[in-house]
Design a protein around this ligand. Structure first.
Ligand code: FPP
Length: 248
């Protein structure tokens, strides 16, 4: 396995878990089986990320656009989510992990929301990794909803248009309170952002692998993190400024 520097882990790791359907189809299995195997990869990544000291892990579990999939697949994904959250809450308690959700929760079935509420409140006092599930999430939807909230506050007189800095606007997003991701992994060979965290990914290091999500292993995760650690993050500055530790 790649040697990793535990002092240089991404603070916030985001993942687009793609390729469950293709993994299943390549094996003449139903797409749902791919999602079930994908949930096993989720368990591994959550466990590893928390063990490696990553503070925030955000998983794109269901997009705003995924509602247009066949009803059977949507139902199976919702059932799988509910089962995962129920089964894993005890482990989250043992590992001191806190659940968080971003996305349009009012789209989700009541039973899924009840399971989420219970998991969120049970884990609310945990101080270790924050596991954010993006559910019925779309970056453009998040941005337009935030713009509407900003407009309401301006109309109500509680926010001045001159006060809308990037920090203030960021606090109106679903991710308000979370740092921006340092590293994004997308599996299955697609090189797109697909409406995920559009605002928050501005300076994120991107990593794409051909591996489908159910086949993504600990070794692959470590390889991706080693790649992150080999990169120089400049945030618009010069290489010289970074190596001299300049903060201007
Ligand atoms: C993308 O594969 C994956 C999804 C739309 C759902 C992700 C869900 C899981 C990994 C399982 C449940 C999640 C949790 C948090 C327990 P795809 O179906 O788009 O694959 P394809 O592009 O090959 O069709």
């Amino acid at each position: 396995m790649e040697p990793l520097d535990l002092n240089r882990m991404p603070v916030h790791l985001a993942v687009i878990m793609d390729g469950n359907g293709r993994w299943a189809q390549q094996r003449m299995l139903k797409r749902v089986v791919g999602h079930q195997r994908g949930a096993e990869t989720v368990k591994m990544v959550v466990e590893q990320a928390s063990q490696l000291g990553i503070k925030y892990l955000t998983l794109f579990a269901f997009s705003s656009e995924n509602w247009s999939r066949p009803a059977l697949e949507v139902r199976a994904l919702m059932a799988l989510l509910k089962k995962y959250i129920r089964q894993e809450t005890a482990r989250m308690m043992r590992k001191n992990i806190r659940y968080n959700v971003i996305g349009n929760r009012s789209d989700l079935p009541d039973d899924v929301n009840e399971t989420l509420d219970s998991a969120i409140s049970q884990t609310a006092g945990n101080t270790g990794m924050v596991l954010t599930l993006a559910l019925s999430y779309g970056g453009r939807q998040e941005l337009s909803a935030a713009a509407a909230r900003v407009a309401r506050d301006v109309l109500a007189g509680t926010l001045s248009p001159d006060a809308i800095t990037t920090e203030v606007f960021g606090s109106y997003l679903d991710t308000g309170g979370l740092p921006d991701p340092d590293f994004l992994i997308r599996t299955s060979g697609e090189m797109r952002i697909s409406n995920f965290l559009l605002w928050q990914l501005a300076y994120t290091e991107l990593y794409f692998t051909e591996t489908n999500w159910p086949d993504f292993t600990i070794n692959e995760l470590h390889k991706a993190l080693a790649d992150f650690q080999s990169r120089e993050r400049r945030f618009g500055k010069t290489s010289d400024q970074i190596s001299k530790g300049a903060t201007y």
